[in-house]
Unconditional design. Structure first.
Length: 294
């Protein structure tokens, strides 16, 4: 049985508000200890909150390097995946991953053979008995809510939950050159015929009250990797309406896209188009600015 942490969501929210309001770290730390949080835990949690606040400020101040199509050497505010060494393949974790498509704006890369066929089947088999109706983040409360734009069902694995999951997550970290600990828990989605995920952005709107508890645990999302676990017979492409791009869902392939700020100018509006026949399974990995919950 896990013991609940004394550092509750309410306390985290209070600390986030204090930091945003300009209270000094020593002052917030003293107050946390006075509220009964052991010093070591208080220092750890406060460090994470301050790191996340600093990266938020850094993001807000960063020049629009990634969105400038003439700029090739954008700073590392988003993952910079490995580049293909032989014409179009990258060797990671003993696999030949191919680069099938690259777009500069929005920053999109389609990878082939990121997952083995057997790995896809195993992920589906592990997830199938655990899926429930999908939800989205409630931007008012910071909790989860059902949304008509997302009609799929899904579940999330804990980071490193099984050897297979950890291996895939470490492969992703190596390919994208982004820390393993900054990756959210792997989310699995299943779409039946007619189900879809209407166009949306994967970053959270930092001006909404519900964003604070989310941002306090690892900062903003900066990139997404949607991995296809099967090939739907018809439909189910991932689309980027701003640029008219549709990426076909092909088992083992994945679409990566990054966004250096929480802003539509990144062009990363994207959706899961309706499935027309059969079903569609995907695994999504979202990458955060800082370490996040496993
Ligand atoms: O299933 C997809 O193609 C899809 C599309 C848009 C998944 C996500 N977004 C996501 O998981 O964020
Ligand atoms: Zn999405």
């Amino acid at each position: 049985m896990t013991v609940p942490s004394p550092f509750t969501d309410e306390l985290r929210q209070w600390a986030v508000n204090e930091i945003a309001a300009g209270s000094g770290p020593d002052q917030v730390l003293r107050e946390l200890i006075a509220r009964g949080i052991p010093e070591e835990l208080a220092v750890d949690e406060l460090t994470r909150l301050l790191e996340s606040r600093l990266s938020q400020l850094k993001q807000q101040r960063a020049p629009a390097a990634e969105t400038d199509p003439s700029s090739d050497d954008s700073p590392n505010t988003v993952p910079q995946p490995l580049t293909a060494d032989s014409p179009n393949t990258i060797r990671v974790d003993g696999r030949e991953i191919s680069v099938l498509l690259q777009l500069k704006h929005p920053r999109v890369i389609v990878f082939g053979n990121l997952l083995g066929q057997d790995e896809c089947d195993k992920l589906v088999a592990l997830a199938r008995p655990r899926i429930t109706a999908s939800s989205v983040i409630d931007m008012q409360s910071g909790g989860n809510k059902q949304d008509e734009g997302r009609t799929s069902s899904g579940m999330a694995f804990r980071r490193g939950e099984t050897k297979l999951i950890e291996r895939i997550e470490r492969r992703i970290a190596a390919l994208l050159q982004w820390p393993y600990e900054n990756g959210e828990a792997l989310q699995i989605l299943r779409y039946a015929v007619g189900q879809e995920y209407k166009p949306h952005y994967d970053y959270v709107d930092p001006t909404q009250p519900g964003a604070l508890p989310f941002l306090a645990r690892g900062g903003q999302r900066v990139a997404s990797l949607v991995m296809y676990l099967n090939t739907p017979p018809r439909g189910g492409a991932t689309n980027f309406p701003d640029v008219g791009l549709e990426v076909a869902a092909v088992k083992g392939n994945a679409v990566f896209f990054s966004y250096d700020k929480a802003d539509p100018s990144t062009g990363t509006l994207h959706g899961g188009m309706p499935v027309m026949a059969g079903e569609k399974w995907v695994a999504t990995k979202w990458l955060r600015v800082s370490r996040t919950d496993p």
